[in-house]
Design a protein around this ligand. Structure first.
Ligand code: LRH
Ligand code: MN
Ligand code: MN
Length: 406
């Protein structure tokens, strides 16, 4: 790294009133959870592609995830999806993860891959199917106890394809009933993250279609229920950062599933298409963190940053390294916003001045800052190169084809 580049950068930021000591401190606290399913075989609605070398079981998924953390220092936990990651002994999986320097993160119940769930899981008109689905939610609470996970992350494929197919209000009641049962089973340390998505696989109505529905349900359930924002789950043009600001202010933003979306829920690499959106999301979060209101600050510290991506055509470990680095880069840029300068422009009703105060932070090249940070943390300056220079990617080819898939 060039010390000169960093010295110049520091000088430039100091002149703007930005304290790089504080920026680095914030950056060193950034933790991004990666999903176990991002390491396995995946695909599109049309085909699951089988790659050579993908993990054959949950234990190997953690081994691959450990590589991402080793070179980036950013990804110390891994979310699991049940039954994709079902094992006989979760204590064993936990020790394996811990031995690799990782923790088991959010537990995601899977209520969309069994035959019975064709017409819905917790909102199915058949009471026996609703019972089975609710029992699976309870099973996941028990798994979370064994894995030491704090988060239970819920997404439902439930919905209908045609008007009249289901009783929307009745289904709403069934959803609340099932989640209430789960909520009561949680320990006081746990929290339920409720994810929404406006379409797919159901296309007429989705039982939890937007943040308002998820928020309303969380409100009814209690303080341990919060909303999860998957950046891919919105209509084109939706102002996601507005939703983020609103939920933080209501102290109900539980976390994120980061990914990049061009058309629908395509789960592409976060920050690859619209890095400015990611930057603006962080602008809202950082702004709320600086707020005097202690409640808002607590919420900000508790936000679970998670990746939710499937890597179909790209190599999975480098794709995950790219993803967490993209998040770090946009976070670093957002930390360069001078909030006082923005507020000052707002007071003057200076529209362009306020917009400029935000945007110009995005335009800085934060490479010298990230290099300095990694040097201080004993990490390689270029984590991607450091990983690609090893033989890990080649060594895992002995696993062959036909690994774990969703
Ligand atoms: C749904 C979803 C959900 C997870 C994941 C596998 O679209 O994003 O968050 O269950 O897919
Ligand atoms: Mn998601
Ligand atoms: Mn999704």
């Amino acid at each position: 790294m060039s010390d000169k580049a960093y010295a110049l950068f520091e000088e430039q930021q100091q002149a703007r009133g930005i304290d790089l000591g504080w920026v680095k401190q914030q950056l060193s606290k950034l933790k991004i959870e990666t999903p176990s399913w991002g390491y396995g075989d995946s695909g599109t609605r049309f085909k699951v592609f089988q790659k050579t070398g993908v993990p054959r079981n949950p234990f190997e998924k953690f081994e691959d995830a450990a590589q991402v953390h080793k070179y980036t220092g950013l990804a110390p936990s891994v979310a699991i999806h049940i039954p994709w990651d079902k094992v006989d002994d979760y204590g064993k999986l936990r020790s394996h993860a811990e031995g690799l320097g990782l923790a088991i993160g959010a537990v995601n119940p899977n209520l969309f891959q069994e035959e019975e769930y064709e017409l819905g899981s917790v909102t199915n008109a058949d009471a026996a199917i609703r019972r089975k689905a609710t029992d699976h939610l309870l099973e996941c609470v028990d798994i979370a106890k064994a894995t030491g996970s704090r988060e239970l992350s819920l997404w439902f494929a439930d919905g209908t394809n045609y008007p009249g197919q289901g009783d929307i209000r009745q289904r709403k009641a069934w959803m609340q009933e099932a989640l209430t049962e789960m909520y009561k089973a949680m320990t006081p340390e746990m929290r339920m993250l409720i994810e929404y998505k406006f379409f797919e696989p159901a296309f007429y109505h989705t039982d939890l279609a937007d943040w308002g529905m998820a928020y309303n349900l969380a409100q009814k359930l209690g303080p341990q229920a919060e909303v999860l924002v998957d950046t891919g789950h919105h209509a084109q043009g939706t102002n996601i950062e507005h939703i983020v600001a609103y939920l933080i202010d209501e102290q109900r933003l539980g976390g994120f599933h980061f990914n990049s979306r061009k058309y629908a829920d395509d789960d592409l690499i976060v920050g690859s298409v619209n890095p400015y959106e990611l930057f603006l999301i962080f602008y809202q979060i950082i702004g709320a963190g600086l707020d005097q209101d202690a409640g808002v600050r607590r919420t900000v510290e508790d936000i679970a940053y998670m990746i939710d991506q499937s890597h179909n055509i790209e190599q999975k470990i480098p794709a995950m390294i790219r993803s967490v680095l993209n998040v770090q880069t946009q976070y670093a840029k957002a930390l360069l916003i001078n909030h006082e300068e923005v507020a000052e422009a707002q007071r003057r009703a200076d529209v362009l001045g306020a917009e400029d105060a935000v945007r110009k932070a995005f335009e800085f090249d934060v490479t010298p800052l990230l290099h300095a940070l990694r040097e201080e943390q004993g990490l390689p300056l270029d984590p991607m190169k450091a990983y690609l220079d090893t033989s890990y990617g080649k060594d895992i080819l002995v696993r062959g084809k036909g690994g774990a898939s969703w």
